[in-house]
Design a protein. Structure first.
Length: 159
């Protein structure tokens, strides 16, 4: 098997995970599993949140795909890779960049990253499970990207 097919499977899985994450966020986290997600919308004390349990929702299928894909030397290994890569992106973008759980990536002059942060702030303005918006992580509504570009242009004109 050439490397192009496994890489394609991992890449397609990575991008499909944005849809899976959006659906899980909107219908599980802001639905029947709000109990686990609610503390993520409040600024409570402590480093860990009940919301961190959602890591398992994505880690278990990834591990399953790694194990079965390794045992049978098939495509499931690459699906597990795509899910795991999305998990790494989630950690870096959501936990580190947006919520600053670690002191890395504090400032950016990148319009896309600014748009991601803004969309997430808009999502968090809702403290209840109802009336939510912006459930995705990597794909943001275009208006936030336009706003970020406008803010950067304005900032560049002032300097």
């Amino acid at each position: 098997m050439s490397f192009l097919l496994p890489a394609s499977i991992a890449l397609v899985t990575f991008f499909a995970m944005e849809g899976v994450a959006w659906l899980a966020h909107k219908y599980l986290m802001h639905g029947s599993m709000w109990f686990f997600h609610e503390d993520h919308h409040s600024n409570g004390p402590g480093f860990f949140e009940k919301n961190d349990a959602f890591f398992l929702i994505f880690a278990i299928p990834s591990a399953y795909c790694f194990v079965t894909g390794s045992l049978y030397a098939d495509f499931r290994f690459w699906i597990g890779t795509g899910i795991a890569l999305y998990g790494v992106a989630y950690f870096l973008v959501h936990d580190v960049f947006i919520h600053r759980r670690f002191p890395w990536f504090k400032r950016t002059q990148n319009a896309y990253l600014m748009a991601i942060r803004k969309a997430h702030k808009v999502h968090h303005k809702h403290l209840t499970k109802e009336d939510g918006e912006c459930f995705g992580m990597l794909f943001v509504p275009p208006r936030y990207l336009r706003e970020a570009r406008k803010a950067l242009r304005s900032q560049q004109q002032r300097t």
